[in-house]
Design a protein around this ligand. Structure first.
Ligand SMILES: Cc1ncc(COP(=O)(O)O)c(C=O)c1O
Length: 392
């Protein structure tokens, strides 16, 4: 496991680089969905400037007019090298990867390869709401296997969900969120091996959404699902989009384990045409040359989690917050505040702070809200104070 050498790099903390005035000039969803007087700490966009190598690569491409269709395997090669360096995983075979437009469309493609209409897809709520929306939109049934009270996978509950899903000889898939959004849980090698063993026992196919994998704190290793024994028939989705804030530059990679290569080959290559060529250039530059920036970001997020915990202890001690080891999301248990099922609604109406409602995260979301802490200290501090003021 690579420890983060942030202090020696001299790279400034990207989370402290922008002012609120400057951020309000942005035109993306985070900044334009709510009126100007609302502090937006909801959708997973970060309030950071881009890593310089990414800016350079994209600027060079624009100057060259290199804005055609994507070609080649540079993105996959950069990801394979990154995986080797960061996670000590040398098993990412470029020939078992495919370009996809983004992670969620990649998830849909992978689920389409291993399940049929009416089959079940198991998810672990509380979980990223589009897992429900996309799965239902593609004509699959969502079944829940909730996380345990400790915020970790509950293997007994998962086994029962697998058992039910494959009755009547139906095919089924487990859509695993790793690391987990919204709790920031990093699944251990033992947990992932247990998932793989259960999946094999019941004939369930695992599709791992590993979009948050670059965002694991130093000292807590990310374990790629496909790296654990027994996961050979698994499929994974990875992308630089969360780690380097590139959601507006659409691209992601689907990765097959050795036992899933034939499945991935059935995906039409044309699916990859939905990824942007400039996006592929940006993601490739991030993975290849954006590690110093990423380490500075991770150090900044570590400090941000501590700041949030301190602010909540001081102003909103009724909120339960268990800092996760990954992502820039904080899952807030607000049930003790007596704000009803949807505290985010109260914080928005009375506090002018936009969080993500916990309700669409499925079972376990009631009385919870998700806060995006990838924002300058100034904004986070103002937001928590405004949330506290909303209670009076
Ligand atoms: C777990 C998870 N998967 C997928 C996405 C969306 O990724 P993309 O924009 O590449 O579809 C997000 C965005 O926040 C996410 O948290």
């Amino acid at each position: 496991m690579t420890r983060i050498p942030h202090e020696s790099s001299g790279e400034p903390n990207p989370l402290q680089a922008l002012t609120l005035d400057r951020l309000r000039q942005r035109t993306s969803m985070k900044w334009r969905t709510y009126p100007e007087d609302v502090l937006p700490l909801w959708v997973a966009e970060m309030d950071v400037p881009l890593a310089e190598p990414v800016v350079r690569a994209v600027t060079d491409a624009l100057h060259l007019g290199d804005t055609g269709y994507p070609a080649g395997t540079a993105y996959a090669e950069a990801l394979a090298a990154f995986a080797g360096k960061r996670w000590g995983w040398d098993g990412l075979a470029v020939e078992r990867t495919a370009l996809v437009p983004d992670v969620m469309l990649g998830v849909v493609e992978m689920l389409g390869l291993v399940t049929g209409p009416g089959d079940t897809v198991i998810v672990n709520p509380p979980v990223y709401p589009p897992f429900y929306q996309f799965v239902e939109h593609m004509g699959r049934r969502v079944a829940e296997a909730p996380l345990g009270a400790d915020g970790r996978l509950d293997l007994d509950v998962l086994e029962e969900a697998f058992r039910r899903a494959v009755t009547d000889r139906r095919r089924a898939a487990h859509l695993l969120c790793s690391p987990h959004n919204p709790t920031g849980t990093v699944h251990t090698a033992a947990e992932l091996s247990a998932v793989a063993a259960l999946a094999e026992r019941y004939g369930v196919r695992v599709v791992a959404d590993e979009i948050h994998s670059p965002l694991v704190l130093g000292g807590t290793g990310f374990v790629p699902y496909l790296s654990v024994p027994g996961a050979e028939r698994g499929l994974s989705l990875m992308s630089a989009s969360k780690g380097w804030n590139l959601a507006g530059l659409k691209a992601a990679l689907a990765i097959a384990g050795p036992g899933a290569a034939a499945d991935l080959e059935r995906m039409p290559e044309e699916v990859g045409h939905g990824a942007g060529h400039v996006a592929v250039i940006a993601h490739t530059a991030a993975l290849r040359d954006g590690l110093i920036w990423l380490d500075a970001l991770l150090a900044g997020l570590d400090a941000k989690r501590r700041l949030l915990a301190d602010l909540l202890a001081e102003h909103l001690p009724g909120i339960r917050y268990r800092p996760g080891d990954a992502t820039y999301l904080a899952w807030l248990d607000c049930r003790a505040l007596g704000l009803g099922d949807d505290p985010a609604d109260v914080f928005l109406r009375r506090g002018r702070v936009a969080l993500s409602s916990g309700l669409p995260f499925g079972t376990g979301g009631t009385g919870h809200a998700r806060l995006n802490l990838a924002t300058p200290d100034e904004v986070l501090t103002k937001a928590v104070r405004a949330m506290a003021a909303a209670l009076h």
